[in-house]
Write a protein that binds this ligand. Structure first.
Ligand SMILES: [Mn+2]
Length: 294
């Protein structure tokens, strides 16, 4: 299996400060294909330089290890032991999960929440994903944030970038903090980040790649017009990881089968993953520095 560009090799994996884990599951998607997302993101990452120009950071200096994919038999909804095998081996390490359809976020959050590793969830997504049930499935990717809110508490949820829901979903969204696409345009990324503010709660950051405009992320199951630019998404990621203790993130809903030939959706997803890893490291460097000053 090809690893994400910049990953430590297997012999050096003990040095890892961060880990990448693929979750090749698309069991709740109508248009299958996002199970190929982790592989497509890894392949696309090979096409980008591992030197992040804007930060003057070399990715291989960040010390992350790509563990590969969680093993799923016959695309079955995965169970706690599948996650445990990968996640529990290394506690106190920041992670990035590669989806998979958005339903994968629920078992990951549930597992981390029940082990005291996550207390709040920020979702960046074109869709509210707040249906109580979709096509008879309460664990569908269209219900994922509703299930998570019920688990961690509605007051511990923030949604950013939303521009689509059903009328019933919309009525229930007043229970959570939401900065929709209109608010993003009105206040700008920095305005939204200031309102979100700082917090020490351990946070899970879920990024549905369909939050981007379909022009730059067409390879998704439910493209939604009038989306974010990649620059805006990257600024959000930077600002959130600076302000919140993000212990785990995911990048979900990359569906290479629906992408255009040049693989732009996977490429932009890989770029977002690189940014998350660099921001983890910047935050840890800052925290180490402030600790050593005390
Ligand atoms: Mn979505």
């Amino acid at each position: 299996m090809m690893k994400l560009a910049g990953s430590l090799s297997e012999k050096d994996k003990e040095k890892a400060l961060y880990e990448i884990i693929g979750v090749p599951y698309d069991g709740t998607a109508i248009n299958k294909g996002s199970r190929e997302g982790p592989k497509a993101i890894r392949n696309a990452s090979q096409r980008l330089e591992t030197f992040l120009w804007h930060k003057k950071l070399e990715l291989s200096d960040l010390l992350y290890y790509d563990y590969g994919d969680i093993k799923l038999e016959h695309n079955h909804f995965f169970k706690a032991q599948n996650i445990a095998e990968f996640v529990l081996e290394h506690t106190r390490i920041r992670r990035v999960f590669l989806g998979g359809d958005h339903s994968v976020t629920y078992p990951l959050v549930k597992y981390l929440f029940e082990h005291g590793e996550v207390a709040s969830v920020i979702s960046i997504d074109a869709h509210a994903d707040f249906r109580d049930s979709y096509r008879g499935n309460k664990f569908s990717n269209a219900c994922v944030m509703r299930r998570i809110a019920e688990l961690v508490g509605f007051e511990h949820i923030i949604e950013i970038g939303v521009r689509s829901s059903s009328v019933d979903e919309y009525a229930s969204l007043n229970q959570i903090a939401i900065y929709d696409a209109d608010v993003m345009r009105e206040k700008g990324v920095q305005g939204v980040l200031e309102e979100i503010g700082e917090g020490e709660e351990k946070t899970y950051l879920s990024i549905d790649i369909d939050v981007l405009d379909p022009g730059i992320a067409p390879g998704v199951e439910h493209p939604e017009p009038c989306g974010l630019s990649l620059e805006s998404l990257i600024s959000l990621v930077q600002g959130i990881i600076k302000r919140r203790d993000v212990v785990a993130s995911d990048v979900v809903e990359v569906n290479p089968g629906l992408d255009i030939a040049n693989g732009i959706t996977s490429l932009n997803a890989a770029r977002v993953v690189f940014e998350i890893l660099a921001c983890y490291r910047e935050r840890d460097n800052r925290d180490d520095y402030s600790h050593s000053e005390k």
